[in-house]
Design a protein around this ligand. Structure first.
Ligand code: ZN
Length: 435
């Protein structure tokens, strides 16, 4: 039986949606005046006044005048978020590194620690232990546990959004790893943990705060050893049915191509991945970041081999992108990760191939640029993911606090050398893993 909402219930839903609209606007755009909020949200001035009053009571926002800029009259007070009123832990599991950050509401990075990790296969236990340890260092420095509202994790792998299962992460050697569950147990906090693919999160970050602000159709291409893709379609992140979508690196492009880590062959990744670039430039295939730095230097110095390798990768980039441009009609393609670094050397052959192969109409609408957020784009996207529940319903902030009301759990205190796995029961409360 369908029951009509009671009027009171309906107005409560509207109130929460309006609070969300205000917090989201300021989180994304920075401090705004009341009249700025009126024009951006379409709410009345009196509604804005009352909602801001509520948000001030929760501690999430404050309202004050900024210093006059020499213009006549007093400047309007600006409504601004209080960065340490709500914070998230952002984590990234990359091929070469692990990173943990603490990010405040409004996107203020309060802490960021990145450490190198050896390439190749790692056990999930080692990675989780190291993330927990890095998080404990960051939390000890910032002392913001009371304000923790979520944890977001970017992983270089194919992720099921509902529970953070890593279906496949070839560069870590992971198949069907329940990372959400493992991390939830190890972190011993009661806040939601959200896990997603690193390129999906790079796309989210560039869309919200980077090169793609204001654009609704965007492709973010990230490259380390492998190649990842993140899509924003019609202003919304594209995930596919379960979160496995957007794996553009494994589009088959070469029927006679070489074996790919995914088990197939001739994937786009096998023509534009780091190993091809290194090999064609005369460097060892598995050389990693140092060898890549050397190739970039050589290309800058005009080395024929290095520029030829860049040219090859640029042409294959253009070929694959031509197909994606025809299918998706994006406004912007953002080259992230390693592709951001080699952008100046590949852009000419890439654009020439796009001109030759893409349909004229969508081709004429798309630009190809380097990442604006650099190597931290996925980490910043993980923070945005973790803020999502709060942004969707900021009214909850007044009612609950993130960390279970107990002293910092023991696992955060141990030195990395004596790391051991915390008991699955540590913390006591069930942890929620959300999309
Ligand atoms: Zn593949």
């Amino acid at each position: 039986m369908i029951r009509r909402d009671e009027p009171g219930q309906r107005s409560e839903t509207v109130r929460r949606a309006n609070l969300s609209a205000i917090v989201r606007e300021i989180h994304t755009n920075g401090p705004l005046s009341r009249s700025g909020l009126v024009s951006r949200t379409g709410l009345t001035r009196s509604a804005i006044r009352s909602l801001i009053g509520e948000l001030v009571d929760t501690g999430l926002v404050s309202e004050r005048r900024s210093a006059s800029l020499g213009t006549p009259g007093r400047p309007s007070p600006l409504v601004r978020l209080t960065p340490d009123s709500a914070v998230v832990l952002a984590m990234e599991i990359a091929v070469d590194s692990l990173a943990v950050g603490i990010v405040g509401l409004g996107g203020t990075v309060l802490e960021l620690i990145r450490v190198d990790r050896p390439r190749g296969h790692s056990s999930v236990d080692e990675v989780v232990d190291d993330l927990v340890e890095l998080a404990s260092v960051a939390r000890a420095r910032q002392q913001v546990d009371e304000a923790l509202v979520g944890i977001g994790v970017a992983v270089v792998g194919v992720v099921r959004r509902t529970d953070g299962l890593i279906a496949m992460a070839p560069n870590l050697g992971w198949h069907d790893v329940p990372l959400g569950d493992r991390l939830g147990r190890a972190m011993a906090v009661s806040v939601p943990i959200s896990i997603a693919n690193e390129a999906d999160l790079g796309a989210l970050a560039e869309h919200r705060r980077g090169a793609a602000v204001g654009l609704d159709d965007v492709l973010f291409l990230s490259g380390e050893v492998g190649v990842g893709g993140g899509l924003i379609v019609g202003g919304q992140p594209f995930t596919g049915a379960a979160g496995f979508g957007g794996e553009v690196g494994h589009i088959p492009v070469n029927p006679t191509g070489s074996m790919c880590r995914c088990g197939s062959f001739g994937c786009w990744e096998t023509e534009i991945g780091e190993e091809v670039l290194l090999e064609l430039a005369g460097h060892p295939r598995g050389g990693g970041r140092n060898e890549l730095d050397a190739v970039v230097r050589e290309a800058s110095d005009g080395s024929v081999a290095a520029l030829g390798a860049m040219d090859h990768v640029g042409r294959w980039l253009g070929l694959g992108l031509a197909g994606l441009v025809n299918v998706l009609n994006p406004r912007l393609i953002v080259l992230g990760g390693r592709f951001g670094r080699i952008h100046p050397f590949v852009i000419r052959s890439l654009e020439a191939e796009l001109d030759r192969r893409a349909l004229a109409a969508p081709r004429s609408m798309v630009r190809v640029v380097a990442t604006r957020l650099g190597a931290d784009a996925p980490l910043l996207g993980a923070a945005e993911l973790a803020f999502e529940p709060l942004l969707a319903d900021p009214a909850t902030r007044g009612q609950s606090r993130g960390v279970a009301g107990e002293p910092a759990p023991e696992p955060f205190m141990r030195p990395i050398s004596s790391a051991r796995r915390p008991s699955p029961d540590a913390g006591g409360e069930p942890r929620r893993v959300v999309a």
